[in-house]
Design a protein around this ligand. Structure first.
Ligand code: UDX
Length: 429
């Protein structure tokens, strides 16, 4: 199939590269000329495991190319995917201006039947608006179909998630685009749910909010575990063995962050409000998430008493493992709060330091994780990078002025840490 992908962010670039890998002819359009130039020159605007190789291989095969002209991308394709940002507005609702702008650009460039597929996360009923907009701005009577195809990929595992999806959701208003969408996804061998557009749009917000709810649930349990002498890891393992519950997204810690969960939760609460439903359950999910960070900072402050002029080593800046993304990162939020309390910070992240420098200043960036502890009063683990479990603990213990480790992601074993002579404080254990 001939596909145009509009937007080369996490979703757009991964989608474009994976479609090309699957054998489709793909053009990725982005209005950011500098980004297009970078991609054309073989550079990568984001870190995502496996993505660079896919982009390079498929560019060489001639199946993937980049353009700064949406019109050119639309003209040369049968199916146009929209993967542009849908950021949050100050009141929590979604800014759909990029989607609207792209819909007008597509309309202006259409000269033959197109399938316009929305991949961005959007409020329910956006598909109707996109269809209205295209109709209004289209020159002449060109036929088109609007499809909703929400993306469920996780950053850090985006290529893997895209190539082996649990499911593909297709929302349509008529049967006409279904066969083409089946062909697009045929190489991925995933179960496909074909539904109406509104339901498809809702599925995305419903799924993300449910996952956030799961995290807040285990974080609330972590408070009960701490107060009662239970171990939240054991509780999560025991719950997770029930196939109806599952073990995933039951890791207690500093709470969730990133560019999706916080934004999607606020948006879903707002969408519900506009429909006349007060989604108190999700408001509580947000509150528990914020409390979790407060509680962790209190734990640090209670142990060190005064944070002013203390030096803390922070391991992890990305919002989670396997990504360089620091947007809405709990780790960055934690650093900023500690700085505000007057602490000095030595920080390290395996891949997110470059991005972190743009949002976190006044700290010392340390290239080697094993050197972070030098001269520190305590160490803090803020992101669940698996390599932190390989930290040279005896060396860290010797380098710390006090052998205290606050583990916001439960990476270490409390008994083991005690044996090594650490004062070890984790979450819910
Ligand atoms: C999420 C959804 O998983 C994905 O399906 C959707 O398309 C986009 O939003 P992502 O934001 O990449 O993906 O990250 P995810 O792996 O879901 O983690 C989100 C946050 O939750 C991270 O801050 C992570 O540290 C935290 N988390 C996750 C926990 O605190 N505990 C867990 O058990 C799981």
């Amino acid at each position: 199939m001939k596909i145009c992908m509009i937007g080369t962010g996490y979703v757009g670039l991964v989608t474009g590269a994976c479609f090309a890998e699957a054998g489709h002819q793909v053009v990725c359009a982005d209005k950011d000329q500098a980004k297009v130039d970078l991609l054309k020159a073989g550079g990568m605007p984001i870190y995502e495991p496996g993505l660079e190789e896919l982009v390079q291989a498929n560019t060489q095969r001639g199946r993937l190319r980049f353009t700064a002209s949406t019109a050119e991308g639309v003209e040369s394709s049968d199916i146009v995917f929209i993967g542009v940002p849908t950021p949050a507005l100050p009141d929590g609702s979604v800014d759909l201006s990029f989607i609207e702008h792209v819909a007008r650009e597509i309309a202006a460039a259409m000269t033959s039947y197109k399938i316009v597929v929305d991949k961005s996360t959007v409020p329910v009923r956006t598909g109707d608006k996109v269809a209205e907009t295209i109709k209004r701005y289209c020159k002449g009577r060109v036929e088109f179909d609007v499809v909703s195809n929400p993306e469920f990929l996780r950053e850090g595992f985006a290529v893997e998630d895209f190539m082996k999806p649990d499911r593909v959701v297709i929302g349509v208003r008529s049967p006409r685009p279904v066969e083409a969408m089946r062909q697009v996804y045929a190489p991925f061998h995933a179960p496909m749910l074909v539904t109406d557009i509104n339901s498809a749009e809702l599925i995305k917000h419903a799924a993300n909010s449910f996952l956030a709810l799961k995290i807040s649930y285990i974080n609330a349990l972590s408070v009960i575990c701490e107060a009662s002498g239970a171990n939240v890891l054991e509780v999560a393992n025991g719950m997770g063995l029930d196939a109806r519950i599952g073990r995933q997204f039951l890791n207690a810690g500093l709470g969730f962050g990133g560019s999706c969960f916080p934004k999607d939760l606020s948006a879903f609460i707002k969408i519900a409000e506009q429909i006349g439903y007060d989604f108190r359950l999700l408001k509580e999910v947000q509150r528990i998430n914020a409390d979790q960070m407060d509680r962790f900072i209190k734990k640090i402050a209670d142990t060190l008493w005064v944070l002013k002029d203390k030096t803390l080593g922070v391991l992890g800046l990305a919002f989670k493992q396997n990504t360089d993304d620091v947007r809405m990162s709990p780790a960055i939020g934690l650093c900023q709060r500690l700085l505000k309390e007057g602490a000095r910070l030595r920080v390290h992240d395996p891949v997110a330091m470059e991005k972190a420098r743009t949002v976190l200043t006044g700290v010392t960036y340390v290239a080697d994780m094993n050197e972070v502890a030098e001269g520190c009063d305590a160490l803090v683990v803020a992101t669940e990078w698996p390599q932190f479990a390989q930290l040279d603990l005896p060396r860290a213990r010797a380098a710390l002025t006090h052998p205290i480790l606050f583990d916001g992601r439960n990476l270490f074993d409390p008994a083991e840490m005690e044996k090594l002579g650490f004062i070890y404080k984790s979450v819910g254990r």
